[in-house]
Design a protein around this ligand. Structure first.
Ligand code: PLP
Length: 378
């Protein structure tokens, strides 16, 4: 192979370019009609009452935390295997963030992990739980709601891997983002995600109260009145807006999401078929769940960080860029977090992410598979 095979990549077609070109010709290139249209399309797709688009998945989490009035010393629990955005933001709000361990099989925090965390740190009052659907499988999406009842807390899903993922509850299928079992869902439209707006994100909810706040906080806390020259500031905030140009791309990409996910499913199936052997373990998920396959996570038996680095180096020489998802939060010195999750450590040491994206041809994927198998034959 003469070109690098990354672990993820966007897919932009002529129709996407045409949609953006159209948007560029309009009078408004930001906060015009495309924003509302994209939000309506997202709500129709996930079946939520409200959607607010914003500048990134990180912005979506920031807005979500702000909308529940997260304050200094409020207690939050999130998994120690997650992308750093949620943790960083919670720290910026001055919240007390506790890291829960994860299921060693799939790297996701379970409701029991949250309960164990509460016992361990003697937490009585819990404001917020932030599940993260690692890779895209929405494991326990239904069960987190039970925590809401037990602790009277908010559930904000970091669903940045799961736009297009579904789960079943009482024989009904729900999309992540429908907020049937959570207060708020947050999404990212970064180029590696199931659809892209370049950079971008969205927050969905069924609460009018939360939605009203999201709309105001997205735009520096400004509340406009009927006269276009008059406005008030409800609360200090930042500019988290997504432009009309990006929304035009998002609308176009959203029309293709089923085809994008289908291709990712086919790629995952092929990995599942060819990669099982006595050194490699394919992660198994409940069949009531469907992933949008942001990532394909593979577990390697008897691995450790040294062997994992050797494997990544070997693959890099073959121009295949495999990734770590994720370095556990407690590893980052800046956070000075002492927590070490036994299962998280195991998951971190044994798991890698393989290339998965629309344009990954069967030929390239076979090359990836054969390269992996050749490493383990050594
Ligand atoms: C789980 C998770 N949360 C949040 C984010 C942040 O999204 P963004 O890069 O759009 O800010 C990401 C991005 O990769 C993510 O994977």
């Amino acid at each position: 192979m003469n070109k690098i095979i990354p672990y993820g990549k966007q897919y932009i077609e002529k129709s996407d370019i045409a949609a953006v070109t159209q948007a560029l010709k309009k009078d408004k290139v930001t906060t015009g009609p495309y924003v509302k249209k994209f939000e309506n399309k997202i709500s129709q797709f996930v079946k939520s009452k409200y959607s607010t688009v914003c500048s990134s998945g990180t912005a979506a989490l920031y807005l979500a935390f702000q909308s529940i009035n997260l304050k200094k010393n409020d207690v939050i629990i999130m998994p120690c295997i997650t992308f750093v955005s949620s943790y960083s933001i919670a720290k910026m709000f001055g919240a007390k963030v506790y890291l829960a361990d994860v299921d060693p099989n799939n790297g996701q925090m379970t409701p029991n992990d949250v309960i164990d965390c509460c016992k361990k740190y003697k937490i009585k009052k819990l404001k917020l739980v932030v599940p993260m659907y690692h890779g895209g499988y929405p494991v326990n999406a239904t069960n987190f709601k039970k925590l809401k009842k037990k602790f009277n807390c908010y559930i904000i899903e970091d669903a940045c891997h799961a736009f297009g993922s579904t789960y079943k509850s009482n024989n009904k299928t729900f999309k992540i983002g429908s907020c049937k079992h959570a207060d708020i869902s947050t999404f990212s439209f970064h180029p590696l995600k199931s659809i892209t707006t370049g950079e971008g994100g969205a927050v969905t909810t069924n609460s009018k109260k939360i939605y009203n706040k999201l709309e105001i906080y997205r735009s520096i806390g400004i509340k406009r009145s009927k006269e276009h020259w008059k406005y008030d500031i409800i609360e200090p905030s930042l500019n988290f807006r997504l432009s009309d140009i990006q929304c035009a791309l998002g609308i176009s990409q959203l029309t293709k999401i089923n085809k994008f996910i289908k291709k990712r499913e086919q790629i995952a199936k092929l990995y599942n078929k060819f990669l099982i052997n006595n050194k490699i373990e394919v992660i198994k998920y409940d069949k009531n769940l469907k992933s949008a396959y942001h990532l394909y996570l593979l577990k390697i038996k008897n691995f450790n960080l040294r062997k994992k680095d050797n494997f990544l180096k070997f693959m890099k020489k073959k121009k295949i860029y495999i990734q770590y998802h994720y370095i556990p939060i407690y590893k980052f010195k800046v956070f000075k977090d002492k927590f070490i999750g036994k299962n998280a450590k195991y998951f971190y040491e044994h798991t890698v992410s393989l290339p998965i994206y629309f344009e990954l041809s069967r030929k390239k994927q076979k090359y990836v598979i054969n390269s992996i198998l050749s490493f383990f034959r050594k």
